[in-house]
Design a protein around this ligand. Structure first.
Ligand SMILES: Cc1cc2nc3c(=O)[nH]c(=O)nc-3n(C[C@H](O)[C@H](O)[C@H](O)COP(=O)(O)OP(=O)(O)OC[C@H]3O[C@@H](n4cnc5c(N)ncnc54)[C@H](O)[C@@H]3O)c2cc1C
Length: 453
């Protein structure tokens, strides 16, 4: 009798665990209460990047004069944008469902919760219940936006990321609270659409976790586009008036706008899952997991945002795969533990920002000796051809062995280009390996091999 794996939550983590386990011979049941594809497809990665792509196209047209074009003009059709987003979501949803069904995964629509160490109860849309027995359980219920008690979220003027794809109307003046990855992506997309934008930055730098040199390029672009930065201010109250909002900050400043959007982190979807009753250890609502994503109960795993590791779709997917491999005994074979330090990540602003592995600022902070080489895109033929010489490539390597430890890229296509450094970091390649690759000319990637010289 094949092992029965029951998964609660059909986002990237759950779906990947399902397809990998099914491919490896398990009987798989996947429970999803909402949309297969998860928050990633419905509210997070996909709609945000679809809107950013539209904003990017508008920015390209603004730059058209530099390409020798005249009288290029773009206007946003909000309804067309809305149907574009829904269209992408529907296509992705049906392709994920098609893949799961083709692998023989049993899809159950409903809300799952543990009612015993090996038992999961599913409550369907009509209130009907079913209890399923499982050999292995995977918890992948994701997270949702954090809402502080001072924020009167109404989905009209006071928004979270879940109301913004797209919002009810194009904001005339959007106040964004939070200058982490999500906040700066919203600043970028709405300023590209032509909204006025103010950004409340609690520290002295946007993207406080990033290399200051990287953050500076983005701040310069925001200022150039007329974004108002309120640095060193923490929002602590929102007043909604007939025609707008006023966001009160702890230093007495007030940011006024037509709408406000909160991007101040997320909280895990762990309540109501029956975890405490079964004895699954939690920390701040996140499931405590080991390097195999196993919880305190051996046959119960957690993946994705619920595991409290890196909240990225790419990481969730990899965790789902590793869980399936581990649960089906592959860890004794060609299985490698997930190394979160080697996860590449990107911020889809204009210019894009991406990094992987050890970055210069972190090496400096821990006093580690590293070799850092930097090449600006202004020296790249392709960047000049694109009329976009902003940004740079930085590679961090071990001075003794030449092994690539990490890197950062700011500039056009940074999210794609970082894959090369990510591969080098994962495979333990040396800078010489990058420098000796004969790349395409002219291409932005040439800056990578130059930085590796
Ligand atoms: C605005 C925004 C943009 C982002 N952009 C990116 C990006 O570009 N790249 C990237 O890598 N990451 C991005 N992320 C992060 C990414 O969206 C998450 O890390 C990812 O969705 C986590 O996947 P998951 O499988 O853990 O959960 P989710 O995608 O949240 O899926 C969880 C699923 O579980 C279901 N569920 C919950 N409870 C139950 C229950 N009891 N029973 C049944 N079903 C249940 C939910 O309905 C949901 O479908 C972004 C996040 C945000 C907020």
């Amino acid at each position: 009798m094949p092992q029965h794996l029951v998964i609660i939550g059909g986002g990237p983590a759950g779906n990947q665990a399902a397809t990998t386990a099914a491919r490896l011979g398990a009987r798989v049941t996947l429970i999803e209460r909402d949309v297969v594809g998860g928050a990633a497809h419905l509210w997070d990665c996909i709609p945000s990047k679809a809107m950013i792509a539209t904003g990017g196209a508008m920015n390209e047209m603004r730059r058209a004069a530099g390409m020798g074009l005249v009288q290029v003009h773009a206007e946003l059709d909000f309804e067309a944008l809305r149907s574009r987003i829904v269209g992408i979501e529907k296509r992705l949803e049906s392709s994920v469902i098609g893949l799961l069904e083709s692998q023989g995964v049993r899809l159950l629509q409903g809300t799952g919760r543990l009612v015993g160490p090996h038992s999961v109860e599913v409550t369907g849309p009509g209130g009907e219940t079913e209890v399923i027995e499982a050999d292995t359980i995977v918890l992948s219920t994701g997270s949702r936006p954090r809402i502080p008690d001072w924020a009167p979220i109404d989905g009209q003027r006071v928004l979270t990321t879940r109301h913004a794809y797209p919002p009810p109307e194009l904001p005339e003046h959007l106040v964004v609270v939070g200058s982490g990855v999500t906040g700066v992506e919203f600043v970028h997309m709405f300023s590209a659409f032509g909204s006025k934008v103010s950004l409340i930055v609690s520290r002295q730098q946007v993207l406080p976790q990033k290399d200051p040199e990287v953050a500076a390029v983005l701040e310069d672009t925001f200022i150039e586009r007329g974004v108002r930065l309120l640095k060193g201010a923490r929002a602590e109250g929102i007043d909604v008036t007939d025609d707008g909002v006023a966001v009160r900050c702890d230093d007495g400043r007030v940011a006024r706008g037509s709408h406000v959007l909160l991007a101040i982190g997320s909280i895990p979807n762990s309540e109501g899952l029956g975890l405490e009753e079964v004895g699954v250890e939690l920390d701040g609502g996140y499931v405590v997991v080991d390097h195999n994503c196993k919880s305190s109960i051996g046959h119960i795993y957690a993946a994705g945002d619920l595991s409290g590791k890196l909240p990225l779709s790419s990481v969730a997917t990899m965790q789902g795969r590793k869980i399936a491999e581990h649960a089906l005994g592959l860890h004794a074979g060609p299985h490698r533990h997930l190394d979160y330090e080697k996860a590449a990540s990107a911020i889809f602003t204009d210019p894009e920002i991406a990094d992987v592995g050890l970055v210069e600022a972190d090496a400096f902070a821990v006093g580690r000796k590293v070799r850092v080489t930097k090449v600006p895109f202004s020296a790249s033929a392709k960047a000049l051809i694109n009329d976009d010489p902003r940004g740079f490539v930085k590679i961090v390597s071990d001075p003794a062995t030449g092994v690539v430890l990490g890197g950062s890229i700011v500039g056009r296509s940074a999210a794609e280009l970082i894959s090369v450094i990510a591969l080098a970091v994962t495979a333990g390649l040396r800078v010489a390996d990058l420098a000796e690759s004969i790349l395409v000319h002219p291409a932005l990637a040439e800056a990578l091999s130059e930085a590796a010289e």
